[in-house]
Design a protein around this ligand. Structure first.
Ligand code: ARG
Ligand code: ASP
Length: 720
């Protein structure tokens, strides 16, 4: 025992180096923590070039696109690049059967043709700063968690307010290292962002969901937007008088090519990772959450696919929804596989054994951390079944469109049934609901939704104890005695939410007493019943346990850092700007298989199949290929390179992030990870985890040669 202990201590002391490629680092500390290593790996610029408060730096060319993607400035006239799948919803919103930009592509040939996108914002980081001390002001060791978070929240509010006094900026404080440190972000939010160009779907989404999350990949996943500002270069609502934004910095684009081993870094907004959780947390992810969504989503996807394959109209209506569901579905499958293959649960358990030994090595450590893991275990045991109910209610109960649509009327019901109802507020809701109605029915097919409903209800019934089903659904199942067809027909024929005509009349004539009609509607009743089951029966306990787990995690994080003083820790992703770095590299997915680090246009031609939607190739692209009409965008090897892989540690939110070379020039757009490596949100493995980037030369080739929008390339700074 003693010998083991000494061995463990030695192991801990000397195992201080992370694999260098793992990590999403805070730009503020690159100088201190990463610069030397980055330069040793090949970087030619400095940390100060990447992030600086004193001078313009690369960070001034990066924006958060909408709420979940990254984009980067590539001209001094506000031009930005992001992924096609990030612009997808916007491109679809501008599309109709007559003007099908989603399918055919869209290119503004001059500024007047650029299309505005109400509601779309881009967020530019002005500066960031650590505010841990200020946030903890007044917090003491022996405080209750409730007191603690009250003080913290109050401090955060005050610091945020103070930080942006007399400016047009927005302030945001985020927690890092599970609540052990806090950082303030000062942002500028632009509200006039216009669509400039998008390739046709069979380029921007080539390979579709078949190839999604996979390598070798040939997706031209990019779209082009432009930020507009007022005459003072400040954010403004959309106006014809706005002018292209003049950034402090835009990325030069290198078309020199990408070689194996080249240093590369990704600068963007990763959303969420869970690198430091316990084995119990991993177990819940792969054995409770993932299996439910994998199973239920597969059913919905199958129904959508069948309908989409039969009709062009349905394809247009359902492709965005389908992409949304299937993305998470496939990710979950890959993640579970990766965790199983890496034996992450087992290795976390082994670490936890070491942790327990360490924690029992002194009375002081023992009193701080001795019972930590047992408490985790206890709480996870309680939260698991609740999470299961909640995920089920969401994925099966609330996933039918009619149910979700009906649920969007709950605010109107609330407002209308109040004694002192606010008429202006009600009118405002009605107006919004009229807008939403148009959008909902534009992309709605009753027959698809009915099939989804039958399938979800059947699954609920077959895979759950009656006591674990929301009572409102359980009652219905009993009433219909398992006749799901009849249950579905009744619901859809009796609910007004199934018909646009009914909804138009209802909303046109809406008076506040009409809320009763909503409350009596069978779809609304069901929606309300499921939602309140989640809200009132399941969520309160989840929240309580979740808060407990959060504070355990805060302590566990601190303990892990204390236990491994030589290890360089990076904070889990939290939708704040980060830098990940590594090298261009292929990988071996399985025994005897080796993947190269790049794909080419030849591969697109190999995959081509006019009968399979995901693999249709445009005539124009074929013609360019036949004539080898590649302009300056060909690789020295004579082919057009389409995508490449590297070891950068990225996650959801990094989509659209610039992939940069040793000099900080743009060489690619990040858009995905390969399947074998999707467990990197929990466990990064340098041999299998690769980010997938679009080679910037393919992007420019499509803009210039395919779309004939060379004027956009002329705006950019190209390094040949
Ligand atoms: N897997 C990528 C990401 O997580 C791309 C998703 C969009 N593409 C698709 N075929 N659904 O965002
Ligand atoms: N495709 C992801 C995104 O949209 C990126 C990833 O998960 O690697 O952000």
């Amino acid at each position: 025992m003693r010998r083991y202990f000494v061995f463990v201590l030695l192991f801990l002391l000397f195992s201080f180096e992370l694999f260098s490629d793992e990590g999403m680092w805070i730009p503020l500390f690159l100088g201190e923590l990463n610069e030397a290593e980055m330069q040793a790996m090949g970087m030619k610029i400095t940390a100060e070039d990447i992030y600086s408060v004193n001078q313009s730096s690369l960070k001034d060319a990066i924006v958060l696109f909408g709420r979940g993607c990254t984009a980067e400035l590539v001209s001094d006239e506000g031009l930005i690049l992001t992924n096609h799948h990030c612009g997808y919803g916007r491109i679809q919103a501008h599309s109709s059967l007559e003007n099908d930009y989603l399918t055919d592509g869209f290119w503004a040939m001059d500024r007047s043709e650029e299309l505005s996108n109400p509601g779309l914002t881009v967020t530019l980081l002005v500066r960031m700063e650590e505010v841990t001390e200020q946030v903890f002001d007044g917090v003491s060791e022996n405080m209750s968690e409730k007191e603690r978070s009250e003080i913290i929240n109050k401090n955060i509010e005050e610091i945020e307010e103070e930080a942006i006094k007399d400016t047009h900026y927005k302030a945001l404080i985020k927690s890092f290292f599970s609540g052990n440190r806090y950082f303030l972000f000062i942002n500028e939010i632009f509200k006039d962002v216009r669509l400039v160009g998008s390739p046709p779907s069979n380029i921007g989404k080539f390979g579709g969901d078949t190839d999604n999350w996979m390598w070798p990949r040939h997706t031209g996943d990019f779209s082009v937007f432009r930020i507009y500002a007022d005459s003072l270069n400040k954010p403004a609502d959309y106006s014809e008088n706005n002018v292209p934004y003049k950034p402090k910095k835009h990325f030069p684009i290198s078309i020199k090519g990408v070689n194996e081993g080249d240093f590369t870094f990704v600068f963007g907004y990763p959303g969420r990772t869970q690198s430091y959780i316990t084995s119990y947390g991993v177990d819940m992810q792969v054995n409770v959450i993932n299996p439910i969504s994998i199973n239920l989503r597969a059913k919905r996807i199958d129904i959508f696919n069948k309908a989409m394959n039969k009709s062009k109209e349905v394809r247009l209506q359902y492709s965005s929804k389908q992409a949304g569901i299937s993305n998470g579905w496939k990710k979950a499958i890959g993640e579970t596989r990766g965790i199983t293959r890496l034996k992450t649960i087992e290795s976390k358990q082994a670490f936890e054994q070491e942790f327990k030994l360490w924690a029992s090595s002194s009375p002081e450590l023992n009193s701080k951390y001795g019972s930590l893991l047992d408490e985790f275990k206890k709480d996870y045991k309680k939260i698991g079944p609740l999470i299961q109910k909640s995920v089920y209610a969401l994925e099966a109960g609330l996933s039918t469109e009619i149910i979700r649509y009906a649920l969007s009327f709950d605010k109107l019901v609330d407002q209308s049934q109040k004694k002192d109802a606010d008429n202006a507020g009600i009118q405002n809701s009605v107006d919004k609901l009229k807008d939403a109605m148009e959008k909902h029915f534009k992309n709605y097919q009753l027959f698809v939704d009915k099939k989804v409903f039958i399938s979800m209800m059947t699954d609920y019934y077959q895979n759950n104890e009656m006591t674990d089903i929301p009572p409102i659904i359980a009652d219905k199942i009993k009433k219909y005695n398992g006749d799901f067809e009849k249950m579905t027909d009744d619901l859809f024929s009796k609910s007004m939410f199934a018909s646009k005509e009914n909804m138009i009349t209802f909303l046109e004539k809406y008076k506040k007493s009409h809320f009763k009609k909503i409350k009596k509607d069978p779809a609304y009743k069901l929606a309300d019943g499921i939602a309140s089951y989640r809200q009132n029966e399941v969520k309160p306990d989840i929240r309580k346990l979740g808060r407990n787990l959060d504070s355990l995690m805060r302590i566990y994080m601190q303990a892990q850092m204390e236990m491994q003083p030589m290890k360089k820790f990076y904070p889990d992703a939290n939708m704040s700007l980060r830098v990940a770095y590594g090298n261009v590299d292929g990988y071996n997915p399985d025994d005897a298989i080796t993947f190269k680090h790049y794909t080419t246009l030849d591969g697109i031609m190999e995959k081509e199949d006019p009968d399979i939607y995901d693999y249709v190739v445009e005539d124009k692209l074929k013609e360019l290929y036949m004539n080898k009409d590649y302009g300056k965008y060909a690789d020295p090897d004579g082919t057009i390179h389409v995508c490449f892989t590297a070891t950068n540690h990225t996650t959801g939110g990094n989509s659209g992030s610039p992939v940069l070379d040793a000099e900080g020039n743009l060489i690619g757009l990040n858009f995905d990870r390969c399947w074998e490596g999707t467990m990197s949100d929990i466990d990064y493995d340098i041999s299998q985890c690769r980010n997938i980037a679009l080679d910037i030369r393919y992007c420019l080739f499509i803009i210039d040669k395919f779309a004939g929008a060379g004027h956009l390339v002329d705006e950019m700074t190209i390094i040949e």
